[in-house]
Design a protein around this ligand. Structure first.
Ligand SMILES: [Zn+2]
Ligand SMILES: [Zn+2]
Ligand SMILES: [Zn+2]
Length: 129
């Protein structure tokens, strides 16, 4: 699997890009629009003062009962370190009004589990399953 060759992309505003899979025509609709191949949140191609930029997809509203709009100062963008995926964690969006936290990509419980196979006892002394 080749990584996206950024300089070779012919960016058009409104395009969705995955760093690993290039231009995505049919995004997967998760908490944010995501790459259907790897579920990583997509980058949206936007023009800012004539310059092409890639904006990270983010949820529009919080998932709390009041569904606050997550614009600029209303949201705290963060990162939850986690071994369950190749990117090493989850992007998180915390609503400053109600504290609701959304994250993406979804947590993979199976992939995050410690290793219990042959030799596990030697590597992780004292670990209880
Ligand atoms: Zn991808
Ligand atoms: Zn909220
Ligand atoms: Zn995880």
């Amino acid at each position: 699997m080749e990584r996206t060759d950024w300089p070779l992309l012919r960016p058009a505003p409104g395009q969705w890009i995955c760093a690993d899979h290039g231009t995505i025509d049919r995004p997967y609709a998760g908490v944010v629009l995501a790459c259907p191949n790897c579920l990583v949140g997509l980058l949206r191609t936007v023009l800012v003062r004539g310059q092409v930029m890639y904006r990270e997809e983010a949820p529009e509203r919080c998932a709390g009962p009041e569904q606050h709009l997550l614009v600029a100062d209303a949201v705290l963008v963060g990162w939850i370190g986690c071994p369950c995926n190749a990117s090493g964690g989850h992007r998180s969006w915390a609503c400053r009004s109600c504290g609701d936290v959304q994250s993406w990509p979804p947590h993979d419980v199976a992939a995050a589990q410690p290793y219990f196979g042959p030799g596990a006892g030697d590597r992780v002394p004292g670990m209880v399953s």
